[in-house]
Design a protein around this ligand. Sequence first.
Ligand code: PLP
Length: 394
Amino acid sequence: MLKTIDGFDRIGEENAFAVLARATELAQSGRDVINLGIGQPDFKTPDHIVEAAVKALRDGHHGYTPATGIAPLREAVSSDLHKRYRVETDPGNVLIVPGGKVTMFMAILMFGEPGAEILYPDPGFPIYRSMIEFTGARPVPVPIREENDFAFSAEETLSLVSDRTRLLILNSPANPTGGVTPRAEIEKLAAGLEALPHVAILSDEIYSQMTYDGTEHVSLLEFEDLRDRLILLDGWSKTYAMTGWRMGYSVWPDTLFDKARKLAVNAWSCVNAPAQFGGLAALNGPQDAVRDMVAEFDGRRRLIVDGLNAIEGLSCKTPRGAFYAYPNIRSTGWKAKDLASALLEEEGVATIGGPDFGTMGEGYIRLSYANSSENILAALDRIKNFLNFNSLKT
Ligand code: PLP
């Protein structure tokens, strides 16, 4: 028997991919499936981005690039951050990485080991916990509550920090809830963290450009006093509909940058060269496609929230960011994963059960509205019919 490290007994994965596989299987067998399970924009990458990547290949950019990314792209990330948050970021601290996930992988590897504690949002992106467990560190969930509009609470977060805490993971706008933490709460958290200099912060801001109703996204980058221990995670996947390109970036403090660079050299050498030129065109080119996509998501968000709230047994807070609705299903009497599975098998509607995002997820399901309004309306009809006939409430 081959003996691998114990971490593999603990590593998890993302159930969204299993749901996608099952939804595809059902569709291939002839079933009419509406996929509200997967978290990726249903738009095409804008043409000028695709053209820039094709041109890069034609121009001969098919070799290795520096492990940290091509210089103009790192500079473009710095200018973009300045434009959006009015903060200075040295391009020398920007690392171009293959997708958003990679930054969390590196940061958790850097700080996780037996005896250490890492705080992460629950419900939250499942890879946080999976990777923490892999390293042998103790995962400490920070509850994200509906009564707090799915924002994180500064007070509760700070109360969970111990001497053993190495890393705090934050995510706003959030997956799976669509919650956006308001400025006052983030300021309170930042002030509290000043007294806890042993804690590094990983701020996952992959949905930074997807907020609605004029809701402000506050980047942790704004807090100058935290910059020497802040890792920013962002990327192109969601903003520019580029999930399959695997393009992300992180901003690292001086003391960590070289460790991250070495991990990059050891693992992937550099990000796909033409994809980096696509990423450059995305940041430097027109942003109307981003605005149009967010406006379209906004319309669907209203549609899905109104539709869910009109179904007996469901209640759904209006999400202020990302592209997920996260209704409370408790009054139906169903367990969340059973309901998600029944909706897929019996009605052909793919959703994800809340427990796939953490223990706090029981009582909720996640629906991605990265699908057409027509499909969303059809899915809502099917969910309504299903619950009419299958309410477990006595
Ligand atoms: N962070 C969060 C909160 C996400 O929801 C996702 C993707 O769903 C990612 C990171 C990963 O993004 P990428 O596809 O760029 O790796």
